[in-house]
Design a protein around this ligand. Structure first.
Ligand SMILES: Cc1cc2nc3c(=O)[nH]c(=O)nc-3n(C[C@H](O)[C@H](O)[C@H](O)COP(=O)(O)OP(=O)(O)OC[C@H]3O[C@@H](n4cnc5c(N)ncnc54)[C@H](O)[C@@H]3O)c2cc1C
Length: 363
């Protein structure tokens, strides 16, 4: 991609170094802006399940094409979340225009006519000509941008997600080469199963990983008892060590009644090793994306139901559109208003398109 597309001393602070924050930071840095990305988590590798990077047939901007090339690693199949994050991190860490700071949790957001800035929990200040909130579905930056509509709401169900090394699946159940996505039928429950490359990138049968995501609307009382959901607002996910033994035993029993191989073997291995996460599902339809010098991207801006498979791809389009607006318009507030006018209607439609499923499946 052409670097230094715009002559600019403009500086930007991006809050959140997950997929949306990294893509936005990289795209803006490549367009000539000075970028600081602040992330509350440490630099250690994190894990997730899988994401499909769209093939970008409709991309018109070079930035979107470039981001798709980095994130997909050239593959058109489902990719492990951690592989996408690793590729973006490598790209950000080798870009001299980007200062990437881990272990930096922002607590307060401010702006005036000249600048926007954040204050961390340790009292540090990071200031720029503009600020991008890429801090996920429980965004702190969103409280400043949309104070009347700050929270994503619980959709009434969770998804159990896990990733299992294929060597833990008995040989006779291992899928053949290029298996694609599986959506087995399970008495009204939904399961998505997929195969991704091994942690070392290997696609050889036996060395890959099996990912699964099981939609479950029967755990809402548990989520409330354990403080994962308070009122209509999700507080956190439920990780393996904290899942009650009785819940896991019931899940194993249900899995045997519902799912066929290899997904049953993958689920049973995840339950036995407690290597699974229960993620309460949220939705957020935005009314605004921008306030003065501050804008939202990714899950901070919009949270669609995961069945739409559009959260990541919408984040990529946010990053590309925002950058395109800066290439065309040097004035910060004007560029951000153009970003909002190009993205708001589209992202609202994406979230709304998934809401009928949540209304029928959620409780
Ligand atoms: C560890 C992890 C695993 C995931 N796995 C999957 C998956 O397997 N499949 C899937 O479809 N989606 C997954 N997702 C969600 C998916 O990445 C997003 O829907 C999409 O990519 C857009 O994400 P995002 O970057 O906007 O938000 P997120 O991925 O939620 O990232 C927000 C980032 O902001 C940081 N942050 C939050 N608050 C603050 C603060 N106050 N100060 C500083 N930093 C802050 C968080 O630590 C996080 O890194 C995962 C997200 C995470 C964080």
């Amino acid at each position: 991609m052409n670097k230094q597309l715009i002559e600019s001393e403009t500086s930007v602070v991006v809050v959140g170094a997950s997929l949306a924050g990294l893509m936005t930071g990289i795209a803006l840095a490549n367009a000539g802006l000075n970028v600081t990305i602040v992330e509350r988590a440490g630099a250690e590798r994190r894990s997730g399940a899988g994401l499909q990077v769209n093939n970008g047939e409709r991309d018109i901007s070079t930035t979107a094409k470039y981001l798709r090339k980095i994130t997909s690693g050239g593959s058109s199949s489902v990719e492990a979340w951690s592989s996408i994050e690793a590729r973006l991190r490598r790209e950000a860490q080798t870009n001299p225009q980007i200062d990437l700071r881990f272990n930096t949790r922002i607590q307060a957001v401010h702006q005036n006519d000249e600048a926007a800035w954040v204050i961390t929990d340790k009292g540090e200040k990071f200031s720029g000509d503009m600020l991008i909130g890429a801090d996920g579905y429980r965004s702190t930056v969103r409280r400043h941008v949309a104070p009347d509509h700050p929270d994503a709401t619980f959709a009434g169900y969770l998804i159990w997600v896990a990733m299992v090394d294929e060597q833990n699946i008995p040989k006779q159940y291992r899928p053949g080469p290029n298996p694609g996505l599986a959506m087995p039928n399970g008495n009204g429950d939904f399961l998505l199963g997929f195969v991704v490359a091994g942690a070392d990138g290997s696609c050889t049968v036996g060395q890959r990983r099996l990912g699964w995501a099981w939609y479950d609307n029967t755990q809402n009382d548990l989520l409330r008892q354990l403080g994962c959901v308070k009122g209509n607002v999700v507080q956190h996910s439920l990780t393996g060590a904290d899942i009650p033994t009785e819940t896991l035993a019931n899940l194993s029993k249900k899995a045997k009644q519902r799912w066929s191989q290899p997904w049953l073997a993958a689920i049973e291995h995840s339950i036995q090793t407690r290597n699974l996460v229960a993620t309460p599902i949220v939705e957020y339809v935005p009314e605004v994306l921008v306030q003065g010098r501050i804008a939202l991207v990714g899950d901070a801006a919009h949270v669609p139901n995961p069945l739409t498979a559009s959260g990541f791809n919408a984040s990529l389009e946010d990053a590309a559109t925002l950058t395109d607006c800066f290439i065309k318009e040097n004035d910060v507030t004007e560029a951000l208003l153009q970003y909002q006018s190009r993205r708001l209607k589209q992202v609202r439609q994406i979230v709304q398109s998934g809401q009928s499923f949540s209304r029928s499946f959620g409780r």
